[in-house]
Design a protein around this ligand. Structure first.
Ligand code: ADP
Ligand code: MG
Length: 725
């Protein structure tokens, strides 16, 4: 057999036929390297083997047992399908429940009387203990010998068992060790991390780490089983490292880019400030100062890339408008991009109200504006007559051309991908660069960027997703806001809740009712906006109700929103379309039905629709029937705190980064072993290392750092790095 290397295709490994090869490929495993990155997701510590009678809630245990039966049934009202594998040993029986099947045919191999190992956390449920989604291993003689006491458990997929994986990976590691012995020099190159980085962080080599992670040492400790060994740390460090190195290179690169030199012109912004019926908060003023410094405080000028984080209702819009005025006073245009049409229209109205008196032309750009009108607005923009353009992603269409775009503001950034930022950047200036008196090339001067987000991104995530930005935090709410009172309610509280809403409306207030679905669904038994709109109309014949959901035409939506804002509707029945930004200060109650169906950060956003005016506000979180204790406890977090940062940290812990942001949307790479929540210390270490590398060697030109540069270019399909030129 040929020499095995990291890049050897999977089908060339001895023992992998075309069939198994294809199966691996279905899961993105094409090479030896990919196979080695099929990491164990847990370890079974056979020293911890227990008897069923001795189990206590919340322990992580492994036990040997015999299959009694596999049953499946549906669970009460929720109609969830449950698979129940019952096992026993000499001391008792226990149920292993699965609420989804790992893969089709998974349970077929667990015939009655067959021997299994069950590894998992003991769960306490309705007065008895059981396992939920434990790992099940065939307990037959295999590649594991009796003196192997810590055994890797791989995420199984159809047709690839743990036993196969252990054998195959073991073989590959042995072969690789031979390759290394034959030519150590070549192999060293495969470890791209600079030696000084590994030494400073006390990390083993990549091969050593891979070997141990797949074949735990005999003296492996509990630390190892919890994926906290130096070997795990090494691999996790590297996963973070490539991302952080990329961010560091971007930050370096941006710092060197030429920017538009603005003068510190604050006349218009000051006028705006003075026209307001309230004073700006200290945090708003500080953030504005930071922005002004970015725009006008650098020689030579460089583009601003600033993220403004501020909880819902902290008043980000005003900071954005004041910043826009600085750009406009300098003779440039400003684009404000938002994720929804409702929000675009709302910002458009606010901007018109506040900026037109200062003699500034405001334009609206959304997908639903009619062709003729749109063409007209585009012409005005092209000629520079529209100075402030508000819109949705319609703003990044090719047909939209600016005369001289100087500042881009992106609101509710978490709803956009990274790529939209790049597209707007390209709408910036093209300026002829000169060398002496000779024109050399057209260079692009990037507009300044101001990015705003109300989903308080947990610090850990901010470090990764927004790691290349400067950050301002508006950590203060305008005075006079009383905290929103939040209560979790059950079906039995429904009448009381409705009476409470009624009393508030009679005092002149308005209310939102939010539902997880637009209309009735056969698949899920949940309340929906359309049906409940009718129910509530019957319940409150004396009130006027509006209905708002994502399937309505844009102008219908706008009409309903306007009526609600103008007080013509007292109740707005809606889906989560109202989640971002909607601002109706007179609305002081939000009722969220099936609150267990929403993420905490989403509930926080929804709750942010109230508490925006002087009235005491209320958020009533209704739970569906048959909600698990776990889901209920999760929703209860909302009663404990109104701090968006705390909530988002909790949300991230509970749901994990993928669910929290959606990895495609966030631009986060899918980590194989690393976990942003669990491994935050390692993340910080690798970030420090990445930035230190750029400090020492900004062009990554030393022999030691060249592989880093090559890898960055390869991974991002570039011919040169921004920072390197
Ligand atoms: P968000 O940060 O959620 O985008 P907005 O910019 O929509 O918040 O502001 C929420 C509400 O608070 C708006 O009605 C706005 O006019 C008002 N507001 C903003 N700043 C202040 C302030 N300093 N004092 C009082 N009200 C303010
Ligand atoms: Mg806002």
């Amino acid at each position: 057999m040929a020499i095995l290397k990291f890049d050897t295709p999977i089908q060339f490994i001895k023992g992998v036929g075309p069939k198994l090869g294809d199966r691996f490929k279905d899961h993105g495993v094409f090479t030896v390297q990919d196979l080695l990155e099929w990491y164990p997701r847990a370890y079974e510590d056979r020293r911890a083997a227990r008897s069923i009678a001795s189990l206590k809630p919340d322990e992580l245990v492994s036990l040997r047992a015999e299959v009694v039966a596999v049953k499946s049934y549906t669970l009460g009202k929720s109609r969830r399908k449950v698979y129940d594998l019952i096992v026993r040993d000499e001391t008792g029986r226990i149920h292993c429940k699965f609420f989804r099947v790992p893969y089709k045919g998974y349970f077929e191999r667990f015939k009655p009387l067959s021997k299994v190992r069950v590894i998992g956390k003991v769960t306490h449920y309705r007065g008895q203990i059981e396992f939920h989604h434990p790992d099940l291993q065939d307990d037959a003689p295999d590649t594991v010998t009796d003196d192997d006491i810590v055994v890797p458990i791989y995420p199984e997929t159809e047709g690839v068992t743990n036993r196969q994986l252990r054998k195959l990976i073991g073989f590959v590691l042995d072969e690789l060790r031979k390759t290394i012995a034959a030519s150590p020099g070549d192999f060293e190159k495969l470890d791209k991390l600079p030696r000084w980085v590994l030494e400073e962080a006390l990390l083993p080599s990549r091969f050593e780490a891979l070997d141990k992670v797949h074949r735990p040492p005999k003296d492996a400790t509990l630390e190892f089983a919890e994926l906290k060994s130096p070997f795990h740390r090494r691999l996790i460090f590297e996963e973070f490292f490539w991302l952080e190195l990329w961010l560091a290179s971007r930050k370096e690169g941006m710092a060197r880019e030429p920017g538009l030199p603005f003068e510190k012109k604050l006349e218009a912004a000051t006028k705006l400030k003075q026209s307001l019926p309230f004073a700006l908060t200290k945090a708003q003023l500080r953030t504005f100062d930071e922005i002004v410094k970015d725009l006008s405080g650098h020689t030579p000028a460089k583009p601003m890339h600033r993220l403004v984080q501020g909880d819902v209702g902290s008043g980000k819009t005003l900071v954005a408008l004041m910043s826009a005025l600085v750009a406009i006073e300098n003779g440039y245009q400003v684009a404000l991009m938002v994720p929804t049409e409702i929000l675009a229209e709302q910002h458009y109205r606010t901007a018109k109200k506040l900026l037109e008196p200062l003699g500034i032309q405001v334009g609206l750009f959304t997908g639903s504006i009619k062709t003729a009108e749109r063409a007209q607005a585009q012409a005005l923009l092209d000629r520079g007559e529209i100075q402030f353009a508000v819109g949705t992603h319609a703003l990044i269409e090719d047909a939209v051309v600016f005369k001289n775009l100087g500042l881009v503001i992106i609101d509710e950034q978490h709803r956009f991908g990274v790529h939209q930022r790049a597209k707007l950047k390209n709408k910036g200036q093209k300026v002829a660069a000169t060398k002496g008196s000779k024109k050399t090339a057209e260079i692009e001067i990037s507009p300044h960027f101001l990015i705003m987000t109300a989903t308080p991104i947990p610090r850990t995530l901010a470090m990764t997703v927004y790691g290349d930005l400067d950050v301002s935090v508006i950590d203060e709410l305008p005075v006079g806001r009383s905290p929103i009172q939040t209560r979790v309610g059950y079906e039995s509280h429904r009448d009381k809740m409705l009476n409470f809403v009624k009393a508030q409306i009679e005092k002149g207030r308005q209310a939102y009712f939010v539902y997880p679905l637009v209309e009735e669904s056969e698949k899920i038994d949940l309340k929906n906006a359309m049906t409940e709109f009718e129910t509530l109309k019957e319940k409150f014949p004396e009130f006027r109700l509006g209905l708002l959901h994502g399937r309505m035409k844009p102008d219908e939506k706008e009409q309903v929103m306007r009526s609600f804002r103008d007080g013509e509707f007292q109740i707005l029945v809606a889906t989560t379309v109202i989640e971002v930004g909607v601002d109706v200060p007179n609305a002081n109650i939000i009722v969220i039905e099936h609150s267990e169906r929403f993420g905490l950060s989403q509930l926080h956003q929804l709750r942010g629709r109230v508490g925006r005016g002087e009235h005491k506000s209320f958020c009533l979180l209704m739970l569906g029937r048959a909600v698990s204790e776990e889901a209920r406890d999760r929703v209860r977090v909302m009663e404990e705190t109104t701090d968006g940062f705390v909530i988002s940290e909790r949300d991230l812990e509970i749901r994990g980064p993928g669910e929290f942001l959606g990895s495609r949307q966030s631009g986060l790479p899918g980590f194989k072993l690393a976990n942003i929540v669990r491994d935050v210390r390692i993340l910080q270490e690798s970030r420090d290392a990445a930035f230190k590398i750029f400090q020492r060697d900004p062009k990554l030109s030393s022999i030691e750092h060249r592989p880093l540069r090559d890898e960055l270019l390869r991974a991002h399909g570039l011919t040169s790095l921004a920072s390197i030129g």
